[in-house]
Design a protein around this ligand. Structure first.
Ligand code: GLA
Length: 704
């Protein structure tokens, strides 16, 4: 339970009860002389900035030596920000340890799988399990909490930064000791561990805890369950660090919410955010859109999943970019209109904070070519004009949207963290498996079909949805299998795919033929996997093309309909896509290959029709426009985002236009122009369809 007084959203210093969007950036004033601070504050006000994240990389300035502290500059900035009406998300500054610490204590430095030390010189060079690092980090967090816990500017605590971005896997001796303790906790005794890890294979049986190691460089494939457990452990070790800092902050300042920035983006990192979401008072996320086609769909997927982690509560977009990043092979700027579109697409999926990395573009260091709100070109620049306009849109045009929640869809797409880890290990039937890509494929099919879907973690309450797509649900523990059975028996429509339901939580094959606990539900048995080599495909009898995977299937239940068969290759004539209806109206569909986009969408449309789910957009807009809906007490807010390079007419859609973007910046107060330009996004107020339809689950609340 949260401590008395802890909050689940920002504690605004001024006019605290007024809902509003947070707008701002990481602010790194220590990179600049004092004279620049005055200009920063003036331009922040001009841009509508009302919050900054301060101190993320300030450890060496705050604590120049083990026993010396320098808070003067931060005192001054906290006061001046407050005086300018700007709130502070104050970082614990523990993300990057200073040189004096790593010189005195090289034992805090992480070690790679091959035994190399990760030296200082960049950032995040610390072992999540180092007791020495933990001691210093908590001392710093405690000093900040004690000094600023009562400061009026303080709106939230920001633990560390992007935990696990560079130090997720550490194979050091500290990690080995902590891994053993974690395993003892999980398995109790060595018998349990030997069973779970299947150690009679290759003579791996352990007879003492000191024999157990992280999966360091080995002669061949490391034990798969050892690998899976080490990933679980690595996620938990960083989560424990989050908890430890959080508790220090809570003790000193119980009324201030605690967050940390997740990285739900791209192919997702190792951290199990489904689990971590329970540890923070509100969810925060960093997202950097991929340039090129598909980038906006991926952004939408990530924002949607972040909304799922937040259980429908407001969440905080902690970082995204105004333009180029500095860490891809080639780093293009954003196209005209994209800055606003990217930001508002996050808002569409429940973000109540729109923040960037960073406020002022650096002059030195590894990120000097990374864009910022205030670019090298200065305030008289297209980027700063866009930034200022976006600040206005959030504060004025969309003021009434702040504090509303995302309206639940009727379909859910379940993303399972453990399965995503398990299918990218070695020693599998194929190294081309990618659970994130498969989920994104299905998400794109929903966008193409013009039907809203909520992306949810496995532990969310998806039973209330009419259709659930759970792709590549490879790791299927008994309780989740029971949930799936109960869902279908209760009338739900389930869709799952190849390589789902194959192993239990110990990564042991479910007995009796694949897919173990789903065989009866699906009415089939997979007799043999037939993964497809890279660059090859298989044709289906409805013209569909499958890549990555195929299965040799025996249909076992008379009621199982075969919707598509393999038309060529060794599996010709065999079932490829099936659907079994169960008494009570539910159904279970199996898709045994990675379907091409067009056929996947056609299949989804058929499944949606079977579940009685229709599109909410007129036919001619489906696929060309993404619709996302937020709802408040008396209104719905329809976010309409273009997905094409052609202008799209939306003037005939219902609702009062609140804002619309066109080219650079916005079409201005009062509404869209009735046409969505490429990369355009418009927001309309529409009367509510169902009063009070709120997200099924409550907010994430940090456990204490
Ligand atoms: C991450 C970090 C930031 C910055 C950005 C650059 O998100 O948290 O400090 O390095 O990347 O894209």
């Amino acid at each position: 339970m949260p401590l008395a007084g802890s909050r689940d959203w920002l504690r605004w210093p001024h006019d605290p009860d007024r809902p509003r969007f947070a707008y701002g950036a990481d602010y790194n004033p220590e990179q600049w002389p004092r004279e620049v601070w005055e200009e920063d504050l003036r331009l922040m006000r001009r841009a509508g900035v009302n919050i900054v994240t301060l101190g993320v990389f300030s450890w060496s300035r705050l604590q120049p030596g083990p026993d010396t502290w320098d808070f003067g500059w931060l005192d001054e900035l906290m006061d001046r920000l407050y005086g300018n009406g700007i709130a502070v998300d104050l970082a614990t500054a523990t993300a990057s340890p200073p040189a004096w610490l790593t010189t005195a204590h090289p034992e805090v430095l992480p070690v790679t799988r091959t035994g190399e030390t990760v030296w200082p010189g960049a950032r995040q060079h610390w072992r999540p399990t180092s007791p020495v690092f933990r001691r210093y980090a908590l001392e710093l967090a405690g000093a900040l909490a004690g000094r600023y816990g009562g400061h009026p500017a303080l709106a939230a605590w920001h633990v560390s930064n992007e935990l696990g971005c560079h130090n997720f896997y550490d194979y050091s001796d500290d990690a080995a000791a902590a891994f053993r303790a974690w395993l003892r906790d999980r398995y109790g005794g060595l018998d349990g561990l030997n069973h779970a890890w299947g150690t009679d294979f290759w003579s791996q049986r352990y007879t003492g805890w000191d024999q157990i190691l992280p999966p360091r460089l080995a002669a061949s494939h490391a034990n798969p369950t050892q690998q899976l457990d080490f990933t679980r452990f690595s996620s938990d070790a960083l989560r424990d660090h989050l908890r430890a800092e959080r508790e220090v902050l809570r003790r000193a300042a119980p009324g201030i919410p605690v967050t940390t920035n997740f990285m739900v983006m791209g192919d997702l990192a190792g951290m199990n955010y489904a689990d971590w979401a329970h540890e923070v008072d509100f969810v925060s996320n960093d997202h950097y859109v991929q340039p090129g086609p598909g980038g906006a769909d991926e952004l939408s997927f990530s924002a949607n999943l972040t909304g799922g982690l937040a259980r429908g509560r407001p969440w905080y977009l902690m970082e995204h970019s105004t333009g180029a990043v500095n860490w891809r092979r080639v780093n293009p700027p954003k196209a005209p209109g994209q800055l606003a579109r990217d930001s508002l697409l996050h808002v569409a999926h429940g973000a109540d904070a729109v923040c960037f990395f960073q406020w002022r573009q650096s002059a030195a260091g590894a990120e000097k070519y990374h864009s910022a709100m205030l670019p090298h070109a200065g305030p008289d620049s297209p980027v700063f004009r866009d930034v200022t306009e976006l600040g206005r849109v959030l504060a004025e045009d969309l003021a009434e949207v702040a504090g509303t929640w995302r309206l639940p869809a009727r379909a859910a797409l379940v993303f399972d963290w453990e399965s995503s880890w398990a299918v990218r290990r070695d020693s599998l039937p194929s190294s081309l498996l990618d659970a994130h890509r498969e989920a994104l494929d299905w998400y794109t099919a929903f966008l193409d079909a013009g039907v809203r879907v909520d992306v949810l973690p496995t532990d969310a309450a998806w039973e209330g949805y009419d259709l659930v797509v759970a792709p590549l649900l490879h790791v299927l523990p008994g309780p989740t299998a029971e949930r799936l059975h109960g869902y279908v028996a209760g009338g739900g429509h389930l869709v799952t795919t190849y390589f789902s339901g194959i192993v239990d939580e110990n990564d042991h094959i479910h007995p009796g033929g694949h897919p173990g606990p789903l065989r009866d539900l699906l009415g089939l048995r997979v007799d043999e996997f037939a993964p497809l080599p890279e660059g090859t495909c298989v044709v289906l009898d409805d013209g569909g093309i499958g890549t990555v995977w195929s299965d040799r299937i025996t249909v076992t239940a008379p009621g199982t309909e075969v919707w598509a068969r393999y038309a060529d290759g060794d599996l010709a004539g065999g079932a490829a896509v099936t659907r079994r209806s169960v008494p009570g109206g539910g159904s279970a569909c199996y898709v045994s290959t990675r379907l091409d986009g067009g056929h996947r969408t056609a299949l989804l449309e058929r499944l949606l029709a079977g579940a009685g789910i229709g599109g909410e957009l007129p036919e001619e807009l489906r696929g060309r426009v993404e619709l996302a809906v937020r709802a408040g007490e008396g209104a719905e807010y329809h976010f309409l985002a273009s997905r094409t390079d052609e202008p799209v007419k939306i003037g005939h859609l219902p609702g009062v236009p609140l804002t619309g973007t066109a080219g650079r910046g916005s079409a201005g107060r009062g509404g869209d122009a009735g046409v969505l330009p490429p990369r355009g996004i418009a927001v309309r107020r529409v009367p509510p369809r169902e009063a009070g339809r709120r997200p099924a689950a409550g907010p994430p609340r940090a456990s204490s």
